[in-house]
Design a protein around this ligand. Structure first.
Ligand code: 5GP
Length: 146
């Protein structure tokens, strides 16, 4: 494999792995046996959620079919909750593969962003207050449960 398409190896100490092991706090939206969904702390729009598999995958290339299916089903739940809570139709589903694409955390994740392609905020720049994230996580979790 050439230098240009060299893949990062999975690091057990990446931020999302530490969330899965309970070593780093996060604002949970949804969890099942194969996936976890939580608020992005530097959102590109209000209500930005990340969905991750409970599998050690750097990016899409590593994702096993059962986890791919599980992530997509969790994305559907979260997106429907976002539509309800934020009273909007438009939700962007985004996923970056590799440094060149702008990926910054090397545990596979899907971004679900209540925004439009014309209004999307900057990627991973501005941190939001914990209480705001907690409030949104609670509303989304309640919408998923109902
Ligand atoms: P990527 O660039 O890998 O596609 O996206 C990584 C995402 O993780 C970014 O949107 C960034 O805001 C988010 N992020 C980075 N560090 C943390 C963190 O410690 N907690 C949470 N909840 N999100 C994070």
């Amino acid at each position: 494999m050439s230098q240009n398409n060299k893949q990062v190896t999975y690091d057990d100490n990446n931020i999302f792995a530490k969330m899965l092991s309970g070593d780093i706090p996060y604002h949970k939206v949804y969890e099942d046996d194969k996936t976890l969904a939580f608020m992005d702390i530097m959102p590109q729009a209000e209500g930005h959620v990340l969905v991750i598999p409970k599998q050690k995958a750097v990016d899409l290339a590593d994702l096993e079919p059962e986890y791919a299916a599980a992530v997509l089903m969790t994305c559907k739940k979260v997106m429907q909750a976002q539509r309800q809570v934020f009273e909007r139709e438009g939700i962007i589903q985004m996923q970056l593969n590799g440094t060149q694409a702008g990926q910054t955390v090397f545990h596979y994740h899907v971004h679900l962003i209540p925004s439009s392609i014309h209004e999307l905020g900057r990627h991973a720049v501005t941190q939001v207050e914990n209480d705001q994230l907690a409030d949104m996580a609670e509303k989304l979790a309640t919408a998923i449960e109902s």
